[in-house]
Design a binder for this molecule. Structure first.
Ligand code: SER
Length: 884
């Protein structure tokens, strides 16, 4: 049955054909949204419908009958299963969607047409099976109406045929399409565990909105959400039994074969590693291209885990050194025509992968060392405790397989029961957070307003004032839409036009005034909301305001000028950093405020003073060149083609602003940017970097100032210098020389002081030497001193020996050091040692009495202690020990 009774198609052909098919049906073609979802409650984009959430909820309406897309998705709740022949972390999902625009009957008819029509997939009807939700007679009838025989339609329960993005939110019954791979595969019916009946397309009839209390009111309209795994349908269309045998993934497995010098399908363990590498390396490449950086939490942690698991499996297969870039280059070669963000971010992908590979290599080494020392502590044949194995895995990312392998080599097992229990608990925690689903973000008043109001026009690029703007809506502090406010109240005002810049792209919101005929509002901040709405957050200081009124919008001019300059400075800084550090530098966040700017960017180590100096010089050179800042409005494609820098995850419209320094073909900086800028770089006056630091393992943060801020910064520094000079009683220019000479003086003074202390001790001892005690064969001095340190006691011993004229002499000296601790010394000449004196033995016995430890040789031994109250006892002890 598995013969070639249908045609063959490549992944690229299927993707193309699917999107064309649904575009021809009238669906709007949407590009894939990034892997970082807009919805903050969702960790990673995990389904095609994520980007359409608000359409499902009826908060937005689409002009077309629906949408279609090929969406990048990432699911990692089953990461341990990846490596078998079907599971994937990253995958592409083909989908068509309707938000009331077309019906369930249409969706079923079109799906059937697409998979059976010879101009499209042309799959044989007798190999297709459908499942429907248990009581969904309608779906069953619709399939039958397409000519599907009733014995190819089965009913499944909630587990299989009811789809929800999460515990609450839009959901509904679904119908799945299965392909019969033939009797050589295990399995007897669709929905069982076998591979014979392979589900490849899920049609969800999203019609309910599940509430916290479990009730399921109907959504405003009946929706369609379908998802077809591209890798799976590609494998089917290429007559292969496994996702990994489809064209794209098989190519990536080939990279591993070449690196490890072995062949796929020859050994179960290496096959698993080859698949893990193919899957994880692709996921990692796409994640970094979308701006995710490795970290220990959230999506950064997912990235790190995938990357490390890939590196580890490379090691398992004997691949040495850094190798993941070989995979990412192949991913780029295979997929960049559809996902150009891969090519755009190649330097970053390379840099991050290499840095993580090196870091993890070190972790593996450290983990092996730590495990090694644990093993020496284990009784022969005992199991390594499961908690320890879990800790190695969880804290150091040290893989359990490796732990087991090393333990086995040393004749130990691992308590896997405890390890598995800990792992299960951790998975539960991960699931719980992943289930905070696609619909988590509460629908706010802004979503509703954005549907009925036009985007706010920003007219503040060239002017601070915009006359007669109309009040379109107002929202009170409880988030309710209102139509009237009076003096003393606080309100968010939406106008048709404004000169106020709403906080965006790091640039802070403007402040200023809204002025009506008998009304004045003081605007304390300006924000952006859904659908390009700009809200002025304001206090009404006099008069009243009604929806429909007109006001003049007056931005605080001086503050705005400072913001303009700092925004221009971030562009210059970005360009200079790329120049000095390399193309892997990519903006990872910024703050453009009136008093300073903050710029986060990807880079793998601290910047050196030399690099900082070069960056600063380069930016200042642009400022002194007094280049005009030129803004051109153009199509997004033209902008990208011009080489303008675009930001990660930033959504750009079809028409964009491109801001460049100067008119030339090769400007110092050229970026896509909606912010406000200086008219000429000279307005920045001066640029100074104030601090450089780390924000995460692969990101750095710079803070800098310009113009007034830079002058203030330099002034403050100079004033500090003046104050220091005044204290030093010197001129600022001589401060350094003065400090150096003071340092010298201080060093000398310290030396003199210690010599003086020693001199005094020597004085004490010349008289005490006479009081030396005669012991068996040598004379010994017992001495208590104040001041000398351990080091200085050696000099004391020299003085004692000299003052006693050599021969068989020894001493035991205890001193209270200047920091309140105790220094002990015992020493004897060779003749004293011959006579039986042993400095090391005596010190070992005394040390405990002064709260310390120590020892040494027969001729000289020292100890430090923390308890000066024990000194007298120690000396008495010494006398009695030696006299014995
Ligand atoms: N949202 C459904 C799924 O992910 C159909 O696209 O399976």
């Amino acid at each position: 049955m598995s013969g070639d009774d249908y045609k063959t198609m490549t992944t690229a052909d299927i993707r193309d054909d699917f999107l064309r098919f649904f575009a021809n049906k009238g669906c709007a073609l949407y590009p894939s949204s990034p892997l970082i979802p807009e919805d903050p409650s969702l960790l990673l984009t995990n389904a095609g419908m994520n980007q359409f959430k608000e359409y499902y909820q009826g908060l937005k309406t689409m002009r077309e009958i629906g949408a279609c897309s090929c969406q990048k998705c990432l699911r990692t709740n089953d990461i341990e299963n990846i490596g078998d022949s079907s599971h994937l972390s990253f995958f592409e999902m083909l989908g068509n969607f309707s938000f009331g625009g077309y019906t369930k009957a249409d969706a079923i008819a079109w799906a059937f047409e697409f998979i059976t029509d010879a101009r499209h997939l042309g799959l044989p009807k007798d190999r297709l099976y459908m499942t429907v939700f248990e009581d969904d007679d309608e779906a069953a009838e619709l399939w039958e109406a397409q000519g599907v025989s009733p014995d190819h339609i089965s009913r499944l329960g909630v587990e299989d045929n009811f789809w929800a993005a999460g515990p609450t939110g839009p959901c509904g019954p679904c119908s799945e399409i299965y392909f019969d791979q033939g009797p050589e595969f295990a399995g007897v019916k669709p929905g069982d565990d076998g591979d014979r009946y392979l589900e490849f397309w899920n049609l969800v009839f999203t019609q309910y909105d599940r509430q916290e209390d479990g009730s399921m009111p109907e959504l405003p309209h009946r929706n369609i959400d379908t998802g077809m795994g591209l890798e799976r349908i590609a494998a089917i269309m290429q007559h292969k039994g496994s996702n990994y045998d489809g064209d794209v993934l098989r190519d990536l497995i080939g990279v591993g074969e070449a690196l490890a010098k072995l062949r796929y399908h020859q050994n179960v363990a290496t096959d698993r590693s080859l698949r893990i590498l193919a899957d994880h390396s692709r996921a990692v490449t796409f994640m970094i291209a979308d701006g995710i950086l490795p970290s220990n939490e959230g999506r950064g942690y997912v990235l790190r885990r995938l990357l490390r698991r890939a590196v580890y499996h490379g090691r398992l297969m004997g691949i040495r050194g850094s190798f993941l870039a070989r995979y990412s280059h192949e991913v780029i070669r295979l997929m960049a025509d559809v996902y150009p963000e891969l090519t755009d971010n190649q330097p970053l992908i390379d840099g991050i992968i290499l840095a993580e590979e090196e870091r993890f290599g070190a972790t593996l080494d450290a983990g092996e060392a730590s495990l090694g020392s644990e093993l020496t502590r284990l009784a022969a044949g005992a199991d390594l405790p499961g908690e320890l194995a879990f800790k190695l895995h969880d804290t150091y990312g040290f893989p359990i397989d490796l732990t087991r392998e090393i333990c086995e080599g040393a004749g130990h097992g691992v308590d896997m029961e405890t390890f598995d229990r800990e792992m299960a608990a951790q998975r539960e925690r991960a699931r719980a957070s992943a289930n905070r689903d696609a619909w988590g973000k509460a629908a706010s008043v802004w979503v509703g307003l954005s549907d009925k109001l036009p985007e706010t026009l920003f007219e503040g690029y060239d002017s601070d004032i915009c006359r007669s703007a109309k009040v379109l809506a107002m929202v009170d502090t409880d988030g309710r839409e209102i139509t009237h406010v009076a003096a003393g109240e606080r309100v968010e005002v939406i106008l048709d036009r404004t000169s106020f810049y709403g906080e965006m792209g790091g640039q802070v919101g403007d402040t200023g005034k809204l002025v009506g005929e008998a009304t004045e509002l003081v605007v304390t901040d300006t924000k952006h909301h859904e659908g390009g709405l700009v809200s002025h957050i304001a206090n009404v200081v006099s008069g009243e305001l009604e929806a429909g009124d007109t006001v003049d919008t007056v931005v605080d001019h001086d503050r705005r000028e400072l913001i303009r300059r700092n925004h221009t400075a971030t562009h210059l800084l970005d360009a200079a950093l790329k120049e000095v550090l390399g193309d892997h530098v990519s903006q990872a966040g910024s703050l453009v405020a009136p008093d300073r700017l903050r710029f986060d960017f990807t880079h793998f180590e601290a910047m050196t003073p030399d690099e900082l100096g070069r960056v600063e010089d380069m930016v200042n050179a642009e400022i002194f060149a007094a280049e005009p800042m030129v803004t051109r409005v153009m199509g997004i494609e033209e902008a990208k083609a011009s080489g303008a820098v675009a930001l990660f995850g930033e959504k750009y419209g079809d028409v964009v602003r491109v801001v460049s320094t100067g008119k030339g073909e090769k400007p110092f900086s050229r970026e896509l940017c909606g912010g406000t800028h200086a008219r000429n770089t000279a307005e920045l006056g001066l640029f100074k970097i104030v601090s450089e630091g780390s924000v995460g393992s692969n990101a750095r943060r710079l803070e800098a100032v310009t113009s007034v801020g830079a002058i203030e910064y330099v002034d403050e520094r100079l004033q500090q210098l003046d104050r220091v000079a005044a204290v030093l009683k010197s001129r600022p220019i001589d401060v350094l020389a003065r400090v150096e000479s003071l340092e010298r003086e201080l060093r000398d003074a310290k030396r003199q002081l210690s010599e003086a202390t020693l001199g005094a001790s020597a004085g004490q001892l010349s008289s005490l030497a006479e009081a030396a005690v005669q012991l068996e064969g040598y004379r010994c001095v017992f001495l208590r001193l104040e001041g000398p340190t351990g080091k200085e006691l050696r000099g004391v011993w020299d003085s004692i020996r000299d003052s006693m004229g050599g021969g068989a002499v020894a001493c035991v000296v205890a001193s209270t050091t200047p920091d309140g601790r105790v220094a002990l010394l015992a020493a004897g000449t060779a003749a004293a040692v011959d006579a039986g004196f042993h400095a090391g033995n005596i010190i070992k016995k005394l040390a405990g009495t002064v709260g310390g430890r120590g020892g040494g040789k027969a001729g000289m031994a020292q100890a430090g202690g923390s308890d000066p109250t024990g000194i007298d006892r120690a000396l008495a002890q010494a006398k009695s020990l030696l006299a014995a």
